[in-house]
Design a protein around this ligand. Structure first.
Ligand code: SP5
Ligand code: ZN
Length: 346
């Protein structure tokens, strides 16, 4: 198993997030990936490699050019508002969103912020664009390994990606790493994406909602009480040609291993009946019982069992890191996962 990282992830350091209308410490921090890398190296698991660089085209297949330009240059665009003329921001957050039947007006940087970002968790800072491109390159490097015949790769993407839409950031996500990899892998045939993050991958769902070439299946907290609130319901099944190629399996608060593995079996049946040539797993560790922002009850060993069930599919698989915020446990969760995968894949 190759484990892929980008040194550029450290350049994305959000100073804070706004949660329930209050300033709170950031959850999505550089130590997340450092902790996993350290644990994987200490355990002597897998081959750790750096992402290679890619031309912009595979990213532009998923994301809108004007949105990419917002991520690249938004933070250095001076405000023109009366009380802050000429000032530069340290972290670009929206304060206003398009309202009513607002036409596409993006004159000021604050209009762009509301246009291109859907929540108060996802600021653009100086290093965001470079880090997000590095994360996409981790996923693409993994995709290329699969196309070359490798049967497993784990891309340590940071910032994460599954909430990012074609032209909107949100949920700590800027570029949809799993979607970018899936598009790249689609040159080899149909691709399935299985999303195991605690939160519904609203970005990934929206990107592939109208296609039958990429299947999206997700296990996540019921949006009736959990972020991202507006999507992840079972009646969202796809549209047009894509009808029947989107499957949401919401789970209640307190979900533990038994219920999780039963639901995973339903998801894996759908993946098998789709018959993809490979699988992309959006892997979040925020389903862990001690995760500070979530309420599932998976144990460390659960991650090894989940990996074991995935390995039994026998498909070339690209794991793409999404969430997971319990810093003291992240390393051991990743190690448990990788051990479970290699034990079953042998
Ligand atoms: C990729 C991913 O897992 N994104 C998650 C986005 C979650 N957004 C809601 C976060 C609630 C954060 N609560 C912070 C409390 C700080 N004390
Ligand atoms: Zn999550």
């Amino acid at each position: 198993m190759y484990v892929i990282y980008s040194r550029h992830h450290e350049e994305h350091r959000p100073p804070y997030q706004v949660h329930f209308g209050r300033v709170a410490p950031p959850s999505e921090v550089p130590d997340r990936v450092s902790a996993i890398l350290h644990a994987v190296r200490t355990a002597g698991l897998g081959t750790v490699v750096e992402a290679r660089s890619f031309p912009p085209e595979p990213i532009m297949e998923v994301h809108d050019v004007a949105y990419l330009e917002y991520l690249r240059s938004g933070i250095s665009t001076p405000l023109t508002d009366p009380e802050s003329r000429g000032k530069k921001l340290r972290a670009l957050f929206p304060s206003t969103w398009p309202y009513g039947s607002a036409p596409d007006r993006r004159g000021s940087i604050m209009a762009a912020a509301g246009w291109y970002c859907f929540d108060t968790y996802t600021p653009v800072v100086e290093g965001t664009y470079r880090a997000a491109v590095g994360a996409a390159e981790c996923a693409l490097t993994g995709a290329e390994l699969l196309l070359g015949g490798c049967d497993g790769a784990f891309a340590l993407c940071r910032p994460p990606g599954h909430h990012a839409m074609r032209s909107k950031c949100g949920g700590y996500c800027y570029l949809n790493n799993a979607a970018i990899a899936a598009c790249y892998l689609a040159r080899g045939g149909r691709v399935a994406i299985l999303d195991l993050d605690y939160h519904h991958g609203n970005g990934t769902q929206s990107i592939f909602y109208d296609t039958d070439q990429v299947l999206y299946v997700s296990l996540h907290a019921d949006p009736d009480h959990a972020y991202p609130y507006f999507s992840g319901y079972p009646d969202e099944r796809g549209e047009g040609k894509g009808l029947g190629y989107n499957l949401n399996l919401p789970l209640p608060p307190g979900t533990g291993e038994e219920r999780y593995l039963e639901t995973l079996a339903v998801a894996l049946d759908r993946v098998e009946s789709f018959g993809p040539w490979c699988l992309v797993v959006s892997l979040g560790f925020d389903t862990y019982r001690e995760d500070p922002i979530a309420d599932f009850r998976l144990e460390r060993e659960s991650f090894g069992r989940i990996a074991g069930s995935l390995a039994k599919l026998g498909l070339p698989t690209l794991f793409v890191l999404e969430g997971g915020y319990c810093l003291p446990a992240l390393g051991e969760l990743a190690v448990s996962f990788l051990r479970g995968w290699s034990a079953a894949a042998e």
